[in-house]
Design a protein around this ligand. Structure first.
Ligand SMILES: Cc1cc2nc3c(=O)[nH]c(=O)nc-3n(C[C@H](O)[C@H](O)[C@H](O)COP(=O)(O)O)c2cc1C
Length: 169
């Protein structure tokens, strides 16, 4: 059984293209893999908090060294990291906003990139990712074209790929 984490990041609702596409992917996935579990998080309509100084102090402190304020600030991050690590596969609906992704998605990334949980710093000072062996499907929507050979290709943030042949493996 595969555990999917499905994230939508568009602030739009019924008019959102990325939401429609990620929903379509999940519908096809469920039909092909009825026993898989799917956790859904709507970052577009329910954004997570921005990290702040108290959060940062907590992230770089041992749990038993944190002040009550730090423990409160980091609690949502622990919940998000637990949810992220529990998944085997990620399905992300992400619109392009100003040649990047919506700010709400960056807030989520800041919450789940945690020393000792999702990355470590090695003895030589290099960084090591601790989340391995997972799969991620990124479904993007944008109004422009950034394909190789188009005038705007240089503005592609790196998410433009050839379309998937089939949404179901
Ligand atoms: C604030 C904002 C910024 C946008 N920036 C870009 C952009 O830089 N490049 C682009 O191709 N489209 C841009 N768009 C268009 C959206 O990517 C497009 O409407 C997409 O369908 C939005 O995703 P959604 O339908 O899931 O909400 C922008 C739209 C908005 C509202």
């Amino acid at each position: 059984m595969t555990r999917l984490l499905h994230l939508d990041t568009s602030p739009r609702g019924d008019r959102s293209i990325s939401r429609a596409l990620s929903k379509d992917f999940i519908t096809h996935w469920k039909a092909a893999h009825p026993n898989d579990s799917i956790t859904y998080r709507d970052l577009g309509h329910h954004p997570v908090p921005l990290v702040n100084e108290t959060w940062i102090a907590a992230a770089f402190s041992a749990p038993d060294q944190r002040t009550p304020e730090q423990a409160t600030a980091i609690a949502i991050s622990d919940e998000l990291v637990d949810e992220f690590l529990a998944a085997d596969c990620y399905v992300l609906g992400i619109p392009m906003y100003n040649f990047s992704h919506p700010a709400g998605f960056k807030a989520y990334i800041d919450q789940i990139v945690r020393p000792g949980r999702t990355f470590s710093v090695e003895a030589d000072g290099s960084y090591k990712g601790l989340v391995t062996g997972k799969r991620m499907v990124i479904i993007t929507a944008r109004s422009g074209s950034y394909r190789q050979g188009t005038p705007a290709h240089a503005y592609d943030p790196g998410l433009t790929q050839e379309p998937l042949r089939s949404p179901v493996a």
